[in-house]
Design a protein around this ligand. Structure first.
Ligand SMILES: Nc1ncnc2c1ncn2[C@@H]1O[C@H](COP(=O)(O)OP(=O)(O)O)[C@@H](O)[C@H]1O
Ligand SMILES: [Mg+2]
Length: 428
């Protein structure tokens, strides 16, 4: 099988790494890929958003399967274009990807299908939004409607901050048309978890739950980021709660999308808050999580190529996934200034890890003349699997110093919200 992976992050490196282990796969291509992917796949210099070029490339090489990592090409209709040409591709169509691309759409959808989520007011102007903030009071949550690269959600700590945020969105057009509407949302509290499932539009196959750590600094301080680390199992999510989320949230979502004429196929990611009133949806994503996927893939026993092809063929049947009982974790090493700024061009040295079970996935790296350089943001992911989560994290932290570049930074407390929880949850 010849497979193309679209994207250039740690998630895509992990996907390529796992695809390479499939006995069915003999060629892996990545567009555009990164410095680490380049050592296990053929990287082609086509941006993930150049849909027509990607489709031309896949068609010319008679690609058996294309796997899309990031959300932007999905929301631009990459799946529709490939399907039109009769090419197998893993991911939702443009209409289905709206579930991530518009928080207004997903909020109205959840309301219509009685899927538990935070109460919210949809606002189309600054005045409406200020009135909604005043009606709700502080704390509340302000969310730009469209894609904002993880920067479109603010939890203001005062009315002044709320108004400043809304003014930036509506008057300064900080997010362009992605901020033409906002949600002013009830602020929930509880533990956050990520639940993912593969679906062909009918069948839903749950992925192992994971937990990610979004804040930039230790102790969950500082701004939100794309994700600083993750682990699987989530530990904070007992098996019964995971089953209830499948029944009350994930399956009704897939059914609802089919009823809307937006049949959803691919990976459905649900970000949840486990509140005192039960789990509530914070948001949907229309693709695998990053960095959750890196941890999950280390636990997956099954052949990823076979699984993704079944989804692409709308043919999941009775597929069931098998997960290693061991735990896995991922710690993200970033540039000094992440998530603001964009320092790049520093040479990266990766010394061999002292343990075979430690895997380094690359994100913001590029290879030039045999050397690796940072391209900014999240640079590499150091991941490991071990009998317990503490052991996996200990292996990662014992090796993380072997990845060296100027300004390298990482959180030292990934896993802290889960450690100390009962080991009985370990199989979830
Ligand atoms: N209603 C809410 N109550 C409390 N925190 C929230 C709420 N909605 C979002 N958040 C916080 O903001 C983060 C980002 O919000 P999310 O809806 O996932 O948007 P995105 O990932 O697109 O930035 C969440 O991970 C969560 O920590
Ligand atoms: Mg999110």
């Amino acid at each position: 099988m010849r497979v193309l992976v679209v994207g250039q992050g740690g998630r895509e490196h992990a996907i390529c790494w796992k695809l390479r282990q499939s006995p069915q796969v003999n060629e892996v291509y990545a567009a555009p890929g990164n410095g680490g992917i380049a050592s296990i796949a053929t990287c082609v210099p086509i941006e993930a958003t150049d849909i027509i070029e990607l489709a031309d490339f896949a068609e010319s090489l008679r690609m058996d399967l294309t796997v899309v990592g990031p959300e932007v090409p999905l929301t631009l209709g990459i799946v529709d274009e490939f399907q039109k040409r009769g090419l197998h591709i893993f991911g939702p169509t443009r209409l289905a990807a709206e579930i991530e691309a518009s928080k207004v759409f997903s909020k109205e959808f959840m309301k219509k299908y009685a899927i538990p989520t935070a109460d919210a007011t949809i606002c189309g102007s600054l005045d409406e939004a200020v009135a909604a903030v005043d009606a709700r009071g502080i704390p509340c949550v302000i969310k730009a409607d469209g894609l904002a690269g993880g920067k479109g959600v603010v939890l203001p700590s005062s009315r002044d901050e709320a108004i400043a945020t809304l003014t930036e969105i509506f008057e300064s057009r900080k997010f362009g048309t992605a901020g033409s509407r906002v949600l002013v949302e009830e602020c929930l509290s509880g533990e956050e978890v990520s639940v993912m499932a593969l679906t062909d539009g009918k069948k839903v196959v749950p992925f192992a739950p994971a937990k990610d750590y979004k804040k930039a600094f230790d102790g969950d301080e500082g701004p939100n980021t794309g994700g600083m680390g993750s682990h699987s199992p989530a530990v904070v999510l007992p098996a019964e709660a995971a089953a209830e989320i499948m029944k009350k949230i994930v399956i009704p979502t897939v059914q609802g999308m089919a009823d809307e004429g937006r049949t959803y196929s691919g990976c459905l990611f649900v970000g949840l808050m486990l509140t005192a009133d039960g789990p509530k949806v914070l948001e949907y994503n229309c693709r695998f999580g990053d960095p959750e996927t890196q941890a999950q893939i280390l636990r997956l026993e099954d052949d990823l190529a076979e699984l993704l092809l079944r989804v692409a063929r709308r043919n999941l049947g009775e597929t069931k996934l098998t997960w290693k009982k061991e735990a896995s974790a991922c710690v993200v090493v970033t540039t000094k200034d992440y998530p603001v700024g964009g320092s790049k061009g520093h040479e990266i040295i990766v010394d061999p890890m002292d343990d075979d079970s430690v895997v380094v996935f690359h994100a913001g790296t590029a290879k030039k003349d045999g050397k690796l350089y940072t391209t900014g943001g999240r640079v590499v992911n150091v991941c490991a699997r071990a009998a317990t989560l503490s052991d996996a994290l200990a292996k990662i932290y014992a090796n993380i110093g072997r990845v060296r570049f100027q300004g390298a930074r990482y959180r030292t407390d990934i896993g802290y919200r889960a450690l100390g929880q009962r080991a009985a949850n370990a199989a979830t």
